[in-house]
Ligand binder design. Structure first.
Ligand code: IPM
Ligand code: MN
Length: 371
């Protein structure tokens, strides 16, 4: 059946391919049992696109992604691409999508499922019940700001450099998203930078304070240096509600937060742009945080749950299907409660399953809940 929900599916490389195939099963289930269908177009990105077309992202793929209502992304990268020219590396495909679609707000929720409190490398009493949101700025800072490069110096050395720059408007727009998120949660925002060392951090803090004064009176804003935040995330992560930070700090802190949840294989993300003036919907891409994990790719070992949870975020943020998003998330929780585990979250007394087994278990749980 034709659908007006246009989804661009980009599995990419490594385990991205397997977890996306698993996610298709979930999408098919929703079409069959909830009459919720999608108009799916699929294409290559990253190393797979390089292999097929010689570039990590084709112009037509980018155009299709921009035209879609939402992009569902797997993962990119692999050791076979290590020696490629920087501009052709698989990651450039992902970064180009983020930049060209202007997906500046990257939501990375770190939630500890009850059944997984034991799977974290931290003590269960530190992480159980954890529910924090890391909001990472995704289109600026040291990932994109100019100048950047590798120059030859007169003495024959080379100099490699990046720039961490943020303008007032770039900080304001991510700050606004942080306040909006906090309003739907516990109402607290921690803004993270290094204003003790970096000028971009000084401006970041000033702009956050001014924005808070002008628009954020109903939200509690506090500030933290990024190094302290890394420490606090492993010391007492539940002190946070929304953490808003720049592109590079957000990259580091979200990996750290992922491990609180038991495994990098559990963390979903949504990358959102500004709302479209006509539809009110943002450009959006949904992506598990875990990456392509080439060491376990193609062996039916990958944990598909972060992909399912990313898909649930798509249902909620791009299609307003909160009920179905709840269903997918509840089925994931049921599956974990039943003791099924992929290797990355395996615990004593649990049953180890592969990508297939985990997917079947989630589908079973959806069937049970839909009855
Ligand atoms: C992430 C990844 C990417 C990043 C890589 C693959 C370019 O680590 O989404 O966190 O650094 O942003
Ligand atoms: Mn990362």
């Amino acid at each position: 059946m034709a659908s007006n929900r246009k989804v661009m599916v980009l599995p990419g490389d490594g385990i991205g391919v397997e977890v996306m195939a698993a996610n298709m099963t979930v999408m098919e289930w929703l079409a069959k049992h909830k009459s919720l269908s999608f108009d799916v177009a699929q294409d290559q990105v990253g190393g797979a696109a390089y292999d097929a077309y010689g570039v990590p992202l084709r112009d037509e793929t980018l155009a299709d992604a921009i035209a879609a209502d939402a992009v569902l992304f797997g993962a990119v990268g692999g050791p076979q691409y290590d020696d490629l020219d920087f501009s052709l590396k698989p990651e450039r495909g992902l970064l180009a999508l983020r930049k060209e679609m202007d997906l500046f707000a990257n939501l990375r929720p770190a939630i500890v499922f009850d059944a997984l409190a034991e799977a974290s490398t931290l003590k269960p009493e530190i992480v159980s019940g954890l529910n924090i949101m890391i909001l990472r700025e995704l289109c600026g800072g040291s990932y994109f700001a100019e100048p950047r490069g590798i120059d030859e110096l007169p003495d024959g050395q080379k100099k490699g450099y990046d720039t961490n720059a943020y303008s007032t408007s770039e900080i304001e727009r991510i700050g606004r998203v942080a306040f909006e998120l906090a309003r739907k949660r516990d109402g607290r925002v921690t803004s993270v930078e290094k204003s003790n060392v970096m000028m971009s951090g000084v401006l970041w803090r000033d702009v956050m304070n001014a924005l808070h004064k002008a628009e954020g009176g109903d939200v509690a804003l506090s500030h933290m240096y990024a190094d302290n935040c890394a420490m606090q995330l492993v010391r007492n992560p539940r002190q946070f509600d929304v953490i808003v930070t720049d592109n590079l700090f957000g990259d580091l802190l979200s990996d750290c937060a992922a491990m609180l949840t038991g495994s990098l294989g559990m963390l979903p993300s949504a990358s959102l742009g500004a709302p479209d003036p006509d539809t009110g919907l943002p450009k959006a891409m949904y992506e598990p945080v875990h990456g392509s994990a080439p060491d376990i790719a193609g062996q039916n070992l990958a944990n598909p749950l972060a992909q399912f949870l990313s898909f649930a975020m798509m249902l909620r943020y791009s299609f307003g299907q909160g009920e179905e998003a709840d269903l997918v998330e509840a089925a994931v929780a049921d599956t974990l409660a039943s003791g099924k585990r992929t290797g990355d979250i395996m615990a004593p007394g649990c049953e180890q399953v592969g990508t297939d087994g985990m997917t079947e278990a989630v589908i079973d749980a959806m069937n049970r809940r839909a009855r």
